[in-house]
Design a protein. Structure first.
Length: 161
């Protein structure tokens, strides 16, 4: 699957396995695609048009989705731990439970300035490190507080003395 930017220029030739980890895909045009289980860990998708894309069980660990258009996106069961969603359009996006009852992971994610109008977050997990827009209540959205320790920190090894 080729990935093009908003101007139609090729930015990645794609691959059959749908692994796009650590790629610079800013302003990519992936509107309405089916990318279930795709890996975008550490990828830069800033300003991308992802409207209506199906990312069921997708992986976006530490991905940059700032300013992306994610309206109507399906994120059920996705891993968005540590993802940057600052100023993203999340209207009508679905972060609810997957078909097996699994939760979408938002621990340590940043959602400052996002539009969460009609967004389904019921059952999605967050941590104390998750940063929400002003006046947003994860409890009112029926989200689940899990993992009070920052998932991005490496475990410290204690040396025997």
């Amino acid at each position: 699957m080729e990935i093009r930017n908003k101007q139609g220029h090729l930015i990645h030739p794609g691959n059959k396995a749908n692994f796009f980890d650590n790629l610079d895909l800013h302003e990519a045009a992936l509107e309405g695609m089916i990318l279930q289980g795709a890996h975008f860990d550490g990828a830069n998708l800033a300003g991308a048009n992802l409207r209506g894309t199906d990312f069921y069980w997708g992986n976006f660990f530490r991905a940059n989705l700032s300013g992306a258009d994610l309206e109507g996106v399906q994120f059920q069961g996705a891993d968005l731990k540590g993802a940057n969603l600052t100023n993203a359009n999340l209207r009508n996006a679905n972060f609810g439970r997957d078909n097996l009852g699994g939760s979408t992971q938002l621990q340590g994610a940043t959602l400052i300035g996002t539009s969460l109008t009609a967004t389904n977050l019921e059952g999605a997990e967050y941590s104390l490190e998750t940063v929400f827009p002003e006046r947003f209540s994860p409890e009112a959205a029926k989200m689940i507080l899990r993992g009070q320790v920052n998932p991005l920190r490496k475990k410290r090894r204690h040396r025997p003395r």
